[in-house]
Design a protein around this ligand. Structure first.
Ligand SMILES: Cc1cc2nc3c(=O)[nH]c(=O)nc-3n(C[C@H](O)[C@H](O)[C@H](O)COP(=O)(O)OP(=O)(O)OC[C@H]3O[C@@H](n4cnc5c(N)ncnc54)[C@H](O)[C@@H]3O)c2cc1C
Length: 475
């Protein structure tokens, strides 16, 4: 049977598209590069999605209106966002949860204290893995065919229209197609090429760790760009987190994140601070720290806290280096002790401690030290001290395919009438830089659902036309 709609990818965006297309009556085939055990891409690692709401809603407290969500996005992206598409994502985030529940996704309230997210983010019961499993189950019930170990290596196009997908020598045709095959974050060669060599002669990307799947190699992104699809974004822009330097190369996931940055100081390999650790709430800042560390010598840094920070952040999976004195901590972290002590002494002297409140942008700040720490600044003076070596952990890249409110892939500004895109492959339309926690799943859910509907419409329209032509011929 030839499917009406082919969906390439097996994560959240692909599954949302497949479910919507099937609900619209289309015959759907989903092609997932990974084997079944590794299905679900980066989506399987997630925990929540960011949702707009005007009043308390099931697991979400208070309100998070459209304008506040939009201002948050505007701030983190520094304006590098498409307002029409961003607002579409924001509005759709307010009404997708009932649909998600119908497909088996369950929600739970945010963990208290970890990331200030009880108001803004709906957490998935069982995490992204449970979400992905629920969607695959629901897809099966709706008759969606799924093929694993099916990496598509080429899309056949004709005049900006989808014709077929190729897996090696196998040619798969369909009336329309949704591309939801992730970014290129797992492709170390492409990252190396994008980041190039720095003034110190280092290849920074060689020291990156990939937080999620190894299957997002960007094969189709590269092919589509080479075929003339309109591009959006910069290849070095990405969601990048500072993660435990001991994390594995792929799939370390959420538990390798080091979440105590705003509670202490961060120094580089030369034992010097390099950025305001207290610039804003952690969910609005954690995703820039990978990039900041990528710019430091050796792409390494050290997050330093004292006893006052203990118990105030999500504990990392590996214990940090612990010491009763700061010089001993420096020694254990292989940092020059004199420089380290100078950095900490300068910082401690500069602290103007007011009323410490980690749930607000408090008045604890520094004066007379560069870089400043603008909130939550308290002297590092209470043993035991802890230090965590961190490296850049890349989550997903922002270079993608330019699209519009119909999720169409565009060629020279002209939207394709049967090729659509969703998820990381187009997230750069909304995220030119920066990140605010949970928006990746909001984008993938909104555009996955749009792409599914549009692909079904494109396919069923042509199926109806084909039936009419056949009927006329017979008559
Ligand atoms: C550790 C971690 C935690 C995260 N936490 C959150 C969170 O809590 N909230 C949030 O909003 N975002 C989070 N993110 C980001 C989030 O994962 C992404 O924004 C979102 O999952 C993207 O969905 P997607 O479907 O586009 O990509 P993916 O889920 O990565 O799916 C891409 C799919 O395409 C498949 N594929 C790739 N190439 C091909 C090919 N050539 N042929 C066929 N299939 C192919 C892959 O196997 C994969 O199944 C997190 C990411 C990571 C890594």
């Amino acid at each position: 049977m030839t499917p009406d709609v082919l969906v390439v990818g097996g994560g959240n965006a692909a599954l949302c598209a497949a479910l919507m297309a099937a609900e619209a009556g289309a015959r759907v085939l989903l092609l997932e590069a990974a084997p079944r055990a590794w299905r679900g891409g980066n989506s399987a690692h997630t925990r929540n999605l960011r949702c707009m709401h005007d009043a308390p809603q099931d697991v979400l407290v208070e309100a998070y209106p459209e304008e506040e969500f939009w201002q948050d996005l505007l701030k983190v992206t520094g304006g590098r966002t498409d307002e029409v598409l961003a607002r579409r994502v924001i509005r759709d985030s307010s009404n997708c949860r009932d649909w998600m529940r119908r497909h088996g996704v369950r929600f739970q309230p945010s963990l208290s204290g970890a990331l200030h997210t009880a108001r803004t983010n709906a957490f998935f019961m069982g995490g992204g893995k449970a979400l992905v499993n629920a969607y695959y189950r629901s897809a099966q019930h709706l008759g969606v065919q799924v093929r694993y170990d099916a990496p598509v290596d080429r899309i056949e196009l004709q005049d900006g229209r989808f014709v077929a997908a190729w897996i090696g020598e196998e040619r798969l045709t369909a009336r329309s197609c949704v591309l939801a095959a992730g970014g290129f974050e797992s492709n170390r060669e492409w990252l190396r090429e994008a980041w190039g060599r720095n003034a110190r002669g280092e290849w920074p990307a060689d020291n990156f760790l990939i937080r999620g799947t190894r299957f997002n190699q960007g094969v189709l992104l590269r092919q589509m760009l080479a075929a003339g699809a309109d591009a959006i974004g910069d290849p070095t822009q990405a969601h990048m987190v500072a993660i435990d330097a001991r994390a594995p190369l792929y799939d370390g996931g959420i538990c390798t994140r080091i979440d105590c940055v705003s509670l202490g100081v961060v120094v580089n390999r030369e034992a010097r601070r390099f950025y305001d650790e207290g610039e804003d709430f952690w969910p609005k800042r954690y995703a820039i720290w990978g990039r900041l560390v990528a710019q430091q010598p050796g792409q390494t840094a050290f997050s330093i806290i004292d006893a006052k920070a203990q118990g105030r952040f999500m504990p990392p999976v590996f214990p940090g280096v612990q010491a009763d004195t700061l010089p001993d901590l420096a020694r254990q972290l292989n940092l020059d002790s004199a420089t380290f002590m100078q950095t900490i002494d300068d910082f401690n002297r500069a602290c103007r401690v007011g009323r410490f409140d980690h749930t607000a942008l408090d008045d604890c700040h520094t004066e007379g030290v560069l870089p400043a720490k603008t909130h939550w600044a308290r002297p590092i003076d209470t043993p035991p001290f802890r230090g965590y070596a961190v490296r850049p952990g890349i989550t997903f890249t922002y270079l993608g395919l330019k699209t519009d409110e119909t999720a169409a892939v565009r060629f020279g500004g002209v939207p394709s009438d049967n090729l659509f895109v969703a998820g990381e492959m187009m997230a750069g339309n909304v995220l030119g830089q920066g990140y605010t926690a949970g928006v990746g799943m909001s984008i993938g859910t909104a555009f996955g659902r749009i792409a599914g509907v549009q692909a079904a419409k494109a396919a069923l329209g042509t199926r109806a036309q084909a039936a009419e032509v056949q009927h006329a011929a017979v008559a």
